[in-house]
Design a protein around this ligand. Structure first.
Ligand SMILES: [Mg+2]
Length: 269
């Protein structure tokens, strides 16, 4: 529904809720200039994968919930245990990057911090399994994704841009069956402004006709805008806490589009 989308900001009726990170300032929830017609010129769409094309964080949430139950802390609430884990994860990512091994390491570290029990080899293996079960989960595509990619690739240039462990991300892309829609795939260790500038340089992309599409305010939207390209925010109600950030206002000359779901891209591109 076209009226549910907005260019250059958010629709006035959207309130923080399942589809909106709580840290989006209300001042940005105003509709910008009127929505233009569908873009006729070919654009380059850089498209995020995890929680944009397929479900991802829901499996980590389940693993964390199982881990917190297993830890069964006597004094801390589940929320407090999660906060400790998030702090450990931030540090682990700096040291080891993203991915399942990194996540498993964070769970073990958190257990070491919070449990009076020593981490025996048996306990280590049990905790490791909470994380590594995720790799056995089949890829679950988000509704509307294949048909929307099918439509978009006929009109525009699509490049998949994902961050994380190279082997894990490559495996998910292969299993997703979506690779054929993309002219190229970029797997980067971190999605920051420098990474986007590097992709723009590598493919000699024009800033004005290049967009980053994704669910993460931090990695997909703010980093892309900081690199001087346009962005499309496709929120996901289970976006990883470490990706939450207040969405920046698009700098002059750049466009920030907010759609409710991936399939809505067809109305604009
Ligand atoms: Mg994502």
């Amino acid at each position: 529904m076209r009226s549910s989308m907005a260019w250059f900001g958010y629709h006035g009726q959207l309130a923080p809720g399942p589809h909106m990170p709580a840290d989006v300032p209300q001042s940005q929830l105003t509709r910008g200039p009127g929505a233009p017609e569908r873009l006729t010129q070919a654009q380059t769409l850089l498209i995020d994968a995890d929680d944009t094309l397929w479900e991802n964080n829901v499996y980590f949430e389940q693993a964390i919930a199982d881990f917190v139950s297993f830890l069964n802390h006597q004094h801390m609430t589940r929320g407090e245990v999660r906060e400790v884990l998030y702090g450990v994860e931030r540090q682990t990512i700096l040291e080891r990057g993203y991915g399942l091994h990194s996540f498993a390491h964070s769970l073990v570290k958190t257990f070491e911090h919070l449990s009076v029990e020593p981490v025996t080899p048996e306990l280590h293996q049990t905790i490791w399994k909470f994380a590594h079960r995720i790799s056995e989960t089949p890829i679950e595509l988000i509704a509307g994704v294949p048909e929307t990619l099918q439509y978009l690739q006929q009109r525009h240039h699509l490049i998949l841009v994902t961050k994380g462990n190279f082997t894990e991300q490559t495996g998910k892309i292969e299993r997703s069956g979506l690779k054929e829609y993309f002219a190229a795939v970029e797997i980067v260790p971190e999605k920051n402004a420098a990474a986007y500038k590097s992709v723009v340089g590598k493919y000699e992309l024009a800033h004005a006709t290049t967009w980053m599409v994704g669910n993460s305010p931090k990695s997909d939207i703010n980093a892309a805008l900081a690199a001087g390209i346009n962005a499309v925010f496709v929120p996901h109600d289970l976006t990883w806490v470490l990706e939450h950030e207040t969405i920046a206002t698009a700098p002059d000359g750049l466009k920030l589009l907010h759609v409710e779901r991936f399939g809505d891209l067809r109305e604009y591109f």
